[in-house]
Design a protein around this ligand. Structure first.
Ligand SMILES: [Zn+2]
Length: 342
């Protein structure tokens, strides 16, 4: 009994300590966010990541954004889990490794867009084709980049929120990343609910719905990619890194407490969206990819033009490096060193 009590006290104390550590890398914290983003939508990825966490932490990584999407064995909607989806036990193992090494683990669930990739449609629209923004159009996804769900369908959020609830629970999450990048299909004529509506207002409604659930109900931080909030007419990033489809006005219709992950992968002289988001009152987390010269330029620009609301740097990977080789990924090393004072 005594041993049990001692064990309990130690656990409680260590949890309290970890909570303090986590605060240091919250948006209100003092520690720069030295992060890496990667897909963890299958068992192998989670196992590999779990084993590499100690080395990443040793380099100085203190945040991991794990994009899981339909790669978890959801109990509320088992029909939406991929075949090789992770069990709760596997997520707990990853979480334990992260906590042991003082790494904040943030799950990501890709909302609204990216509901297909190439010919493969993701489980939501396979099982619930009525949620499709362009129902019956684009067979085999030909002629489009990715499918979207309809932000005005009255049943879709009920299902998505159930998935979010499970992720927040199993990850014991203090933040959730909702994706939202590259939403090209929104307010389409093919949708009877959205046809003719202002795309920025539609996007803002979706963002506000998620924010209300995540920050309002769960009281945790929300992150999203920033590209649909950047006006391509004002900042010449092109139609991928910025919005050329009339969604950018949404930037003024959403909570400033949302953390904007501002991704840019090309070498540029300026990355004006960083000061733009900061001036509007957001916290911004610049994100780069694999081109080392672009990573260096973006990291350095962010440091010059940021303030306390510029959180650090997030390295994405997108398959450019194997998970077990992540600690040798030069772009990650540069950004982490840069925000470690090395
Ligand atoms: Zn719609």
């Amino acid at each position: 009994m005594k041993i049990k009590c001692v064990f309990l006290i130690v656990c409680l104390l260590s949890t309290a300590c970890l909570a303090k550590e986590k605060l240091a890398i919250s948006a209100q914290g003092i520690e720069p966010w030295r992060g890496v983003h990667l897909g963890i939508g299958n068992k192998k990825a989670v196992e590999q990541l779990t084993s590499v966490v100690p080395r990443l932490a040793g380099l100085g990584v203190n945040v991991i954004v794990g994009e899981i999407n339909y790669g978890y064995q959801y109990k509320s909607h088992p029909e939406l889990a991929r075949d090789d989806a992770n069990s709760a036990m596997q997520i707990k193992n990853l979480l334990a490794a992260c906590r042991r090494h003082r790494v904040r683990l943030i799950p990501q669930f890709q909302c609204l867009g990216h509901q297909s990739w190439s010919k493969n449609t993701a489980p939501l629209l396979i099982n619930y084709p009525q949620f499709d923004e362009t129902p019956g159009k684009y067979p085999d996804n030909e002629g489009i980049y990715c499918r979207s769900w309809c932000p005005l369908h009255p049943e879709v959020n009920k299902i998505i929120f159930a998935l979010m609830d499970e992720l927040i629970e199993v990850f014991e999450a203090d933040a959730l990343h909702v994706g939202l990048d590259e939403v090209f299909l929104i307010g389409e004529d093919a949708c009877t609910r959205c046809k003719g509506k202002d795309k920025a207002i539609l996007l803002a409604k979706a963002i506000n719905d998620y924010y209300k659930h995540i920050a309002g109900k769960h009281k945790i931080e929300m992150l999203m990619w920033g590209d649909r909030l950047i006006d391509a007419k004002k900042i010449s990033y092109g139609k991928w890194e910025a919005s050329d489809n009339n969604t950018a006005k949404a930037v003024d219709l959403i909570s400033k407490n949302i953390i904007i992950c501002d991704w840019h992968y090309e070498l540029r002289k300026e990355y004006e969206s960083v000061p733009m988001f900061i001036e509007k009152g957001f916290h911004v987390w610049p994100a780069s990819w694999k081109k080392i010269d672009a990573v260096m330029a973006f990291v350095d620009y962010s440091k010059r033009h940021g303030n306390a609301r510029m959180l650090g740097h997030l390295n994405t990977t997108w398959g450019a490096v194997k998970i077990n080789e992540l600690p040798t990924f030069k772009p990650l090393r540069y950004a982490v060193d840069s925000f470690s004072g090395k």
